[in-house]
Design a protein around this ligand. Structure first.
Ligand SMILES: [Zn+2]
Ligand SMILES: [Zn+2]
Length: 365
């Protein structure tokens, strides 16, 4: 079928909106008419080739839409269902069985291979040339997507579907890290390094869990203002304050969540940890090496990475939708809408810090 998609054809290139051809769903696939999709830093990391995925490519992995058609083997979904698309997993490896699907052994094949697992392409351009697709088994910078049952999450119909796509990646990454890994209580302090969508969602989750102290760190004052509104008890503006000194004045923190991937900031996060504290790494940047002092780590401090908030998306995404409707996870305050044609503007606004979470509107629900 003919669809519209934003295609990126070369490293560091712009997106071009093209009419392309999406193949029919196979028996294990679901055809979703997309209503909206978030833009995540992982999409942009691929454009910049920080993560090497071959081009040309239809990116996008925070899709939300309505089920149009299901393959013969798909159960549990019907046309008209409202769904959020997320990362895909196999469902039968050790990590999937042990309820850590974000560490699925088939993750690269099912999310980054750019083809179906059988090697066939799902999207072709106007000349009939194959394009990279099936990105996070969705490639949602498009008007329609093919997904599988395991990365398609049904959501309640009274929630505004156009806002929900980012729950599939960025917003579950930050909040899941807090709910599933750090689990702060009233005696716990949590510092969030970088108040983008991932950081803000971590902060909102920390507030929901009743964390005693929540420190937001950024260099953009408007973001820190929003962070205070969303639950930060303290803020550090690194454009004006000395980060290490400010953290020391707070007496250190129990946990740190780094969303920046910047080694200098991660080193500051680790240095600020109290004994038995954990620093979680969620982001990557161009610089990927870090030098640390060993001695402070021996006193029970932990540095670890977390993927997709170590969440089971079938539980976390509906929970976040409920929290949004209850007013405790106000994702509308992070979001700004753009048309598919304005995708390059959306990317520019994300890179400049003007927009925290850009969402492309693709159709009405
Ligand atoms: Zn698996
Ligand atoms: Zn993402």
């Amino acid at each position: 079928m003919k669809i519209k998609a934003a295609v990126v054809r070369e490293a560091h290139g712009d997106f071009t909106v093209e009419e392309v051809d999406l193949v029919e769903p196979n028996p294990d696939e679901i055809l979703v008419k997309l209503v909206a999709t978030g833009i995540c830093h992982t999409d942009l990391a691929i454009v910049e080739q920080i993560m090497p995925v071959p081009m040309p490519m239809v990116l996008g992995h925070e899709g939300a839409g309505v089920v149009e058609k299901t393959g013969a083997n798909v159960t549990g979904f019907a046309p008209g269902d409202h769904v959020v698309l997320t990362f895909n997993t196999c469902g039968h490896c050790g990590p999937c069985h042990e309820d850590h699907p974000a560490y699925c052994e088939q993750y690269p094949l099912l999310n980054f291979y750019t083809r179906r697992p059988d090697g066939s392409a799902t999207i072709h351009d106007a000349k009939g040339e194959p394009l990279g697709g099936a990105f996070f088994y969705q490639s949602s910078f498009a008007t329609y997507a093919l997904s599988q049952a395991r990365n398609t999450i049904k959501v309640r119909k009274d929630a505004p579907l156009e806002l929900l796509g980012p729950l599939g990646c960025g917003l579950s990454t930050g909040s899941g890290t807090v709910f599933n890994v750090l689990k702060p209580g009233p005696e716990t302090s949590v510092a969030v390094f970088g108040t983008g969508a991932v950081g803000m969602s971590a902060l909102m989750a920390a507030k929901a869990m009743g964390a005693g102290r929540i420190v937001a760190i950024d260099r953009v004052e408007s973001r820190l203002e929003l962070a205070r509104e969303l639950g930060a008890t303290d803020t550090i503006d690194t454009s004006k304050q000395d980060l290490a000194k400010a953290l020391e004045e707070l007496g250190g923190v129990d946990h740190a969540i780094d969303t920046s991937g910047v080694p200098k900031l991660i080193a500051a996060a680790v240095a600020a940890l109290k004994e038995r504290g954990t620093c979680v790494l969620l982001g990557a940047s161009k610089e990927q090496e870090l030098t640390l002092n060993i001695l402070p780590l021996i006193s029970g401090r932990v540095i670890r990475g977390v993927v997709n908030g170590d969440c089971d998306p079938t539980l976390l995404i509906p929970k976040l939708v409920d929290m949004y409707l209850e007013g405790t996870f106000p994702i509308d305050k992070l979001s700004a809408f753009y048309s598919l044609e304005d995708i390059n503007q959306a990317v520019a606004d994300s890179n400049s810090g003007k927009t925290i979470k850009p969402i492309l509107r693709l159709a009405s629900a």
